[in-house]
Design a protein around this ligand. Sequence first.
Ligand code: C5P
Length: 232
Amino acid sequence: MSDSVPVITIDGPSGSGKGTVTGRVAERLGWWVLDSGALYRLVGYAVEQAKIGFNDQNKISEIASKLNVKFDHGVIRLGGIDVTTAIRTETAGNNASKVAAMPGVRQALLDWQRDYARLPGLVADGRDMGTTVFPDAGLKIFLTASAAERAQRRYKQLKEKGLPANLAALTAEIEERDARDRNRAVSPLVPAADAIEIDSTALTIENVVERVLQQAHAVYATPYRPLSGRQN
Ligand code: C5P
């Protein structure tokens, strides 16, 4: 990463609202977005397609280093096939979390992720953006929410997309995925020492976006006007 590129990292557990907050902050600033979870989801998906199982770390790391992916105006193609929706299922999320525990996979994706840091700036969404991928980022956010609230949000999201969803199963899956992400040896899900923690359980997305934009203004002097009707 070039030191002259401003970077905001937004890390946190699944369902904390990172993806939406990242997209909206980037839109307001006119900056680039890195959805690092999508890269792990793509690796998990490619492994499933290759039918090699989730134990062969060497082969899986090789798959990660050779992924043929194209991001095109919101459409994600893997080997030419549109996988935009297929990588968003809970199974794909779980498979992503399995391959994400493998050091070889994380290493294979590292430079690729750092390459996203381009002017005028980058908002990077993930688990280890502030700790490992962009340790020098000027603004690091760690976004949390209770597991019950996150399961509810995921349930709503899936339903809106017309995908199957079961609240009890989602809660269990979220807790299982959190435990795997927090307890893995390499790049575990922990806030960076200099991260600002925001608990979004009782906040709206707009509240969180405003807080991040205020911080970005303080650090990078990005343009910032509070939403109309609000006095700060
Ligand atoms: O953010 P998302 O739910 O799409 O991520 C899917 C999985 O990918 C996470 O549960 C996590 O295991 C893994 N991941 C990661 N590091 C990142 C982004 C995602 O380990 N920076």
